[in-house]
Design a protein around this ligand. Structure first.
Ligand SMILES: Nc1nc2c(ncn2[C@@H]2O[C@H](COP(=O)(O)OP(=O)(O)OP(=O)(O)O)[C@@H](O)[C@H]2O)c(=O)[nH]1
Ligand SMILES: [Mg+2]
Length: 397
């Protein structure tokens, strides 16, 4: 119970509705509700607008949020003035529905704020990130005010904090990191207040240090201000740079088990054993591949992580100690399925406890209980591996 209430994906109301749908309309009604949810999940898009003056660090930020280094494949070009006057899309490498849009800084265009927002197709964005590498300008403030008036969230991000600290270090004898950070923060805040933004929050970040300064707080705030399906997708999109991020992904992915297991329960109810078995294998393979991808254990993700952490790929790969990261064949899954029927039935009670509503629908020993258990085991195994890889990439957490 405690675990399921941590996840953001199904609300208690939805669970209750599922149960009452099942009671009045049978399995079919419950399943159509779940399929609707699945569809919403697969089609959920997040569009993030990133804007700020030339050289503020927009492209570098967009790369960092997608787990890419500046010269990697698909990376936004950095360190050069971009001449485009159109928003440029940068989709997430694993979740193309998550897209960062590089907007030309408002200072680089001639039209006023409201027209700028119209030209930038304002409505498609879930939120705006306004980045500055030094002081926020009058234009940034005007833009923020207009975004707020239109009812969308925006966040002030002050980049290049690593540079500031380095130069302070050279200048001061009694250097103190926290004091300097406070000083920069107060500067930004009072500068924004003077320009008319009451009680602004400013996130101080270095685009090269995703786990330092206010970067973790920024990611958390962005996630928490999204509604539940988008939050789910956003959390899965974050590069694996801490154990906590991997742990959050586990919670989100547990929701996918729930869905897959429910769908398997439906086919399991059809009395054709062969069909049901093949279907279970299909579900297991799909589930494992899905987990692998979002836990960053597919080859392409591992390569990006190695690149970002500046560690050899081979070194990260030695941390992988599971057959589930290799090729997933029917035979592998078949052996897992056959080997664990007994186990699955004996743990059915635990499953019922974990997902009380669905558990009571499908009952102990059902396909639901079995797939639920097997996918949970697979997820746990993959999460453990992902955690080892993160530790190797970024040192101890
Ligand atoms: N030290 C440090 N350098 C940064 C940081 N973010 C960006 N840079 C550097 O600042 C320069 C400009 O960064 P970009 O990401 O290209 O800036 P931009 O806002 O996309 O610039 P335009 O495309 O010209 O508008 C590059 O040399 C980056 O490497 C940061 O957090 N810390
Ligand atoms: Mg750029």
């Amino acid at each position: 119970m405690a675990q399921s209430s941590n996840s953001t994906f199904f609300s208690q109301d939805e669970l209750n509705k599922l149960k009452s749908d099942y009671e009045t309309g049978g399995l079919e009604a419950a399943v159509s509700l779940i399929q609707m949810k699945l569809q919403k999940l697969d089609s959920a898009e997040i569009n993030i607008a990133v804007t700020g003056e030339t050289g503020a660090g927009k492209s570098t930020f967009i790369n960092a949020m997608r787990g890419l280094r500046d010269h990697g494949e698909g990376a936004a070009k950095t360190g050069m003035c971009e001449t485009t006057m159109e928003p440029a899309p940068y989709p997430h490498p694993n979740l193309p529905n998550v897209c960062f849009w590089n907007l030309p800084g408002i200072g680089s265009v001639i039209f006023p704020v409201d027209q700028y927002l119209r030209e930038m197709d304002f409505k498609i964005y879930d939120f705006f990130i306004i980045i500055s590498g030094c002081r926020f300008r009058e234009n940034d403030v005007k833009l923020a005010e207009e975004i707020k008036r239109l009812g969308t969230n925006f966040y002030f991000v002050r980049s290049k904090i690593d540079n500031d600290l380095d130069s302070f270090k050279k200048e001061c004898v009694d250097f103190n990191t926290n004091k300097q950070l406070d000083k920069i923060r107060n500067d930004c805040v009072s500068n924004l207040e003077k320009a008319g933004i009451p009680l602004p929050t400013v996130f101080l970040i270095s685009n090269f240090k995703l786990n330092d300064f206010d970067f973790p707080a920024l990611k958390e705030t962005l996630a928490n201000n999204l509604e539940n399906i988008k939050k789910h997708v956003f959390l899965l999109s974050l590069p694996n740079t801490t154990l906590e991020i991997v742990e959050n992904k586990r919670k989100e992915l547990e929701n996918r088990i729930w869905i897959l297991a429910t769908l398997s329960g439906v086919v399991g109810a059809v009395p054709i054993p062969g069909l049901s078995f093949a279907f279970k294998i299909g579900i297991m393979i799909a589930g494992i591949q899905y987990f692998r991808q979002y836990l960053g254990l597919d080859d392409a993700s591992l390569r990006r992580l190695a690149d970002m952490a500046q560690k050899p790929l081979g070194f990260l790969k030695t941390e992988l100690k599971t057959a589930l990261v290799g090729e997933i064949t029917d035979d592998l899954v078949r052996s897992v399925l056959l080997g664990s029927v007994v186990v699955a039935i004996s743990v059915a009670e635990a499953v019922l406890d974990f997902v009380p509503v669905v558990g009571s629908i499908f009952g102990a020993g059902s396909s639901f209980a079995m797939i639920y258990k097997l996918l949970s085991d697979a997820l746990n195994e993959l999460v453990e591996n992902a955690q080892r890889v993160v530790k190797a990439a970024f040192g101890t957490d």
